[in-house]
Design a protein around this ligand. Structure first.
Ligand code: ZN
Length: 411
């Protein structure tokens, strides 16, 4: 009996070992491609994961083919996308829904060509109803026309950044990845890129003659600044989120949280200022307070980035609403205490925002305890829990927001 057990153990150990080796091989293959963020890599980042097109969309008589063609024409003719950019979007629709107008994911509550949130539930947001034509749960509203309307609405609104980032792209792979990261909102979830998007995008690029269509800057709009040295983007071997010197709207720019703040900066007094504080625990104020008597109305993103977390009173031991944004150049930004309920917050976890985008509203004269001002905190710590643990400690974790923004704006 004893002998037999050792024999079984030997077999199990061998199989565990071979499994580990196999996982190691897979990891090595993928880390080169999916961690395509390593900005010094000049090789073709994701070639291993692209696969040959398969599926009904290659059949010219299928609904899926019709949908792909409609996405391509809408993006190139009406939004000003390059052929590569439009192909990247189609590759993502293939990866998301298989180019189906109605392909619900029950758990995630998403549906439609790009698997927009808010169809079955709102746990991932409520994008699908944002334009107004599609009603959550009502299949009759999931028409090609309505879905294209929603796509355009988002590209001209909350996802404007994608319009410039993907719309100007000349490289199909980069367009596909950037649509995935910034339209699908998958920054930080690159492991879900999958194998269908790139092959699908390449197929669309060939099928619809993408190579002959360049971006139309006059329709894309608002891209004059970026296009002035736009060659940089075309020749870059890296994805746009790499390097803070990239001229895409994702990086770099700073602004004040209220449009009414003058160029010289906000007028803050006494305890509203950053740093030494008479009244607070630890004698330290980890941000600045914009009192709503003077600064009210739309609260704007001070820098582009991803909305990683939205805290409600009671979450993580805070007693106020807090929006936590992480920028692609490594800042964590806390916008807190301006909201009295979720209706004052206009972003969702997973959204990406550009500098100046509205993220909420601070209403003048609200009388609650924790919604009388916008407290703005900036840190180089990207982990919210760690940053909050230093709320009362002046050890350099929290930076002076006024100085940081001023330096960022320049001049
Ligand atoms: Zn404060």
């Amino acid at each position: 009996m004893k002998k037999l057990k050792w024999w079984i153990l030997g077999i199990s150990a061998a199989s565990v070992l071979s499994l580990l080796v196999a996982m190691g091989v897979i990891f090595t293959l993928f880390s080169g491609s999916l961690n395509g963020h390593n900005c010094d890599s000049s090789d073709n980042p994701s070639i291993e994961v692209s696969s040959r097109p398969s599926g009904s969309y290659t059949d010219k008589n299928s609904e899926e083919y019709k949908n792909a063609k409609a996405i391509f024409e809408t993006l190139t003719k009406e939004v000003g996308f390059s052929g590569a950019g439009a192909a990247g979007a189609i590759g993502n629709s293939i990866g998301e829904s298989g180019l189906k107008l109605h392909n619900p994911n029950t758990g995630g509550g998403v549906n439609g060509l790009f698997q927009w949130s808010g169809w079955g539930n709102n746990i991932n947001g409520s994008r699908i109803t944002s334009e107004g034509s599609i009603k959550a749960g009502d299949v009759s509203t999931l028409t090609l026309e309505n879905e294209l309307k929603l796509m355009k609405f988002e590209l001209n609104g909350a996802y404007k950044k994608v319009k410039t980032l993907v719309g100007k792209e000349t490289d199909v792979k980069k367009a596909t990845m950037n649509w995935f990261l910034y339209y699908e909102g998958m920054l930080g979830n690159e492991d879900q890129y999958g194998s269908l998007r790139e092959g699908g995008a390449e197929w669309a690029y060939q099928e619809f003659g993408g190579a002959s269509i360049s971006a139309n800057d006059s329709i894309l709009g608002g891209t004059t600044e970026a296009s002035s040295d736009g060659q940089k983007e075309g020749n870059d071997s890296d994805y746009a989120e790499c390097g803070s010197d990239d001229d895409s709207v994702v990086s770099g720019e700073w602004t004040w949280p209220f449009a009414s703040v003058s160029k010289e900066g906000p007028k803050l007094v006494g305890e509203q200022n950053f740093g030494k504080s008479e009244s607070r625990t630890g004698g330290f104020h980890d941000g600045v307070d914009f009192g709503d008597a003077q600064y009210n109305g739309d609260v704007r993103a001070i820098h582009g980035g991803k909305i990683v977390k939205i805290l409600k009173p009671g979450d993580m031991n805070v007693n106020f609403f807090l929006i936590w944004e992480v920028t692609d150049d490594g800042y964590g930004i806390a916008y807190q205490e301006f909201a009295s309920d979720l209706s004052d917050i206009s972003v969702r976890e997973g959204d990406t925002v550009s500098t100046g985008d509205k993220i909420g509203v601070s209403r003048k004269g609200e009388t609650g305890i924790n919604d009388t001002h916008l407290h703005l905190g900036i840190t180089k710590e990207k982990d919210l829990g760690k940053a909050l643990s230093k709320s009362f400690t002046d050890d350099g974790t929290w930076l002076n927001p006024v100085e940081t923004i001023k330096k960022g704006i320049g001049d």
